[in-house]
Design a protein around this ligand. Structure first.
Ligand SMILES: [Zn+2]
Length: 319
């Protein structure tokens, strides 16, 4: 069905049209997890999937570093046509293992946003602990199938200490021990793997905070620590300047305007959200929308701008 829909769109030329009409808007692609050939993990893009997406990007766009888009926005000039940037969140090892070889093969630049305490091996990411719990043979009742999104909605409202206590208590009630170190699927890149990637000249490392908190649950003093200390730790470990930031969770309700100002004050050149959209010439470089899509049809609809025009049409009808 999806293949048929894709074929129908392709042959009608709709994708080519929306792509041409939105050529002056940049695409920032958002990725999280990758897996080997034939893997069935729904949260991860397989190497075959990456190859298909990269082949498509190479035929229709120019893949540029995220900072190039930020610099053009800062200059106030119109954006160059056909730009796409790759961003990868959190810093899990599967990015090094499965994505990095393809970045080298295609010679595509990419920005990795890493959680510094995760790379240091101090703890694994709390959102992964929730997903891991939901994958256990006898998961906590709250995390039964179809409920995980609702639990995230509730956990995202809590301060970190209350959130962690809630996760521990869910595990305890289900009789599950959360391991201290991340299981393989959720393990981090090491500093030396990140260094190897930056030394290739293709990868830029950005900050995704120290502990991945939802910034709106923190005081301004705490968020300042998260975004300045993560930067300091990454710069010290890699001897490279950190210039890009990524909001944890990244919807518009996950931070306050004062925290956007903090990101600029800390010296970052841009920051990205998980809100979906293309980047126009007047976009705020500290609140950049991104697009994602593991399935081929979703990827094409978003990267070619079909979703962008669909949303614009809906907004116009409502006005
Ligand atoms: Zn994240």
């Amino acid at each position: 069905m999806k293949r048929l829909a894709l074929h129908a769109f392709r042959s009608s030329g709709v994708f080519a049209l929306t792509r041409a009409l939105s050529a002056r808007m940049a695409r920032i692609l958002m990725y999280h997890n990758f897996s080997g050939p034939g893997a069935t993990d729904v949260d991860a893009l397989t190497v075959d999937g990456i190859r298909r997406q990269f082949t498509y990007l190479r035929s229709h766009f120019r893949v540029v570093p995220l900072l190039r888009i930020a610099e053009q926005l800062a200059s106030g000039r119109e954006l160059e046509p056909g730009m796409a940037a790759l961003t990868i969140d959190d810093g899990r090892r599967n990015c090094y293992e499965f994505l990095f070889p393809l970045l080298k093969e295609f010679e595509f630049p990419a920005t990795f946003f890493v959680v510094s305490s995760f790379i240091q091996g101090e703890d694994w990411i709390w959102t992964d602990k929730v997903i891991w719990l939901s994958e256990q043979p006898n998961p906590p009742a709250e995390l039964a199938r179809g409920n995980v999104e609702a639990i995230f909605g509730a956990l995202n409202q809590l301060r970190p200490e209350a959130r962690n206590a809630q996760i521990e208590s869910m595990a305890k009630r289900a009789g599950v021990n959360i391991p201290r170190a991340a299981p393989a699927k959720y393990a981090p890149c090491s500093w030396s793997e990140l260094r190897e990637m930056t030394n290739s000249g293709l990868v830029e490392i950005g900050s995704h905070t120290v502990t991945h908190p939802i910034l709106s649950t923190l005081t301004d003093e705490e968020s300042w620590y998260e975004l300045s200390e993560s930067r300091r730790q990454i710069e010290e470990a890699l001897c490279k300047k950190v210039r890009c930031f990524c909001f944890p969770n990244g919807t518009s309700g996950d931070y306050r305007p004062s925290q956007v100002q903090q990101i600029a004050n800390a010296g970052y050149q841009c920051s990205v959200l998980a809100e979906s959209g293309l980047v126009g010439s007047g976009e705020d470089r500290y609140q950049l929308p991104r697009i994602g899509g593991r399935s081929e049809i979703l990827f094409r609809q978003r990267v070619d701008g079909a979703v962008h025009f669909q949303q614009a049409l809906r907004a116009w009808r409502r006005s």
